[in-house]
Write a protein that binds this ligand. Sequence first.
Ligand SMILES: NC(=O)c1ccc[n+]([C@@H]2O[C@H](COP(=O)([O-])OP(=O)(O)OC[C@H]3O[C@@H](n4cnc5c(N)ncnc54)[C@H](OP(=O)(O)O)[C@@H]3O)[C@@H](O)[C@H]2O)c1
Length: 373
Amino acid sequence: MSTIPPKHRALILNSTRDPLDISVVEQTSPQAGPGSAVIRVLSAAVLSYAGEVYSGHKQPYQYPTPFIPGSSAIGRIAAVGPDATLLKLGQLVFFDSYIVGRDDPTSLILHGLTSGPTVGSRVMMEGEWRDSTYAEYAKVPLENCFPLDEARLLGDLRYKIEDLIYIGALSVPFGGLRDIGVKVGEKVIVAPATGAFGGAAVIAALAMGARVVAMGRNAEALERVKAVNPDRISVVLNTGDVTADTKELTKDGPADGFLDISPREAVTSTHLQSCILALRREGRASLMGGQLDLVPMPIRTIMRYDLTVKGKWMYTKDDMRVLISLVETGYLKLSEAGGIQTARTFPLEDFAAAFNAAAEKRKGFGVEAVIAP
Ligand SMILES: NC(=O)c1ccc[n+]([C@@H]2O[C@H](COP(=O)([O-])OP(=O)(O)OC[C@H]3O[C@@H](n4cnc5c(N)ncnc54)[C@H](OP(=O)(O)O)[C@@H]3O)[C@@H](O)[C@H]2O)c1
């Protein structure tokens, strides 16, 4: 059974160039087959660098053209394949854009954004999962649709659909924090804590019951982070002096965990050293940053203190389910209740305004813009 009209509106990226070569067209709606669902897209995330990716200014991103760009989204199930066992028509779901190859877990794509380095990931991106969520309807893998408790989220907790989009930003650092087994009451350093994912890491670590030390270069931005929960967040300025910064990070004792979520520009930043040096014996670090070049590491301390230093890209399906239950139970608060701003919503036709709004320098926590097709 399906509720999909024969035609739908979709944003098509015709080719990669600046100015953007994008148009809204009416075309045949997608259909569900074995292993897939079609969702009616209600609100789709817009990454801060979406405009740069689709105009070819940010590398390396690989996608076929023409295609429908997009990202994670909140949607309603409009059709399911014959092998669906849980998803029901009309059900509210979070669509997770991180798609893993079913017969090869090393083939990964970010739906609507980029394939990975493997041939398999390009097969997925150019074939079955080519078109994404900047459209009224999108065909997506069944296992990437996470059911949401609509009565609880939109009723009891009074969230708007666009508030739920922040689950996508939270899922990334949540994956790293769970990967190093952050526990209730532990002291966790997040650095840098003032960016999009750093801020989400602070929110996620608090929801996991940790005390958070937020580190960054900008004192004013750090104060905004602290304001979210002054009792459980302390801040440390990244001054570039490893000895002084480590002393500050450990003034009330060593940390149990550390999450790095650096941008590529932070390759010469000393925070990686000071934060690892601030860990206790058998402390754990999750490296989620995007530094492209080699970064110095305090190997002797890692060895002598039995530290665990793990890399992590994205998160697991189990991480997603646990994160959603933290939101549904109310342990992790979205919207103003959690100090998180509600995103501005743009119609499909205003994609350029949405990309520009998303790229604006964020003053607080949250997502700047979403597209509601
Ligand atoms: N592992 C994964 O699964 C995964 C997934 C998504 C993204 N990422 C990585 O996460 C990175 C951060 O993304 P984002 O969206 O949070 O970026 P963002 O919003 O631009 O934030 C960047 C942060 O880095 C700090 N920063 C910038 N330049 C720095 C420098 N030279 N030295 C030290 N700190 C610096 C900024 O703080 P101040 O300017 O306030 O100091 C800010 O806190 C991305 O670049 C990507 O590589 C990883």
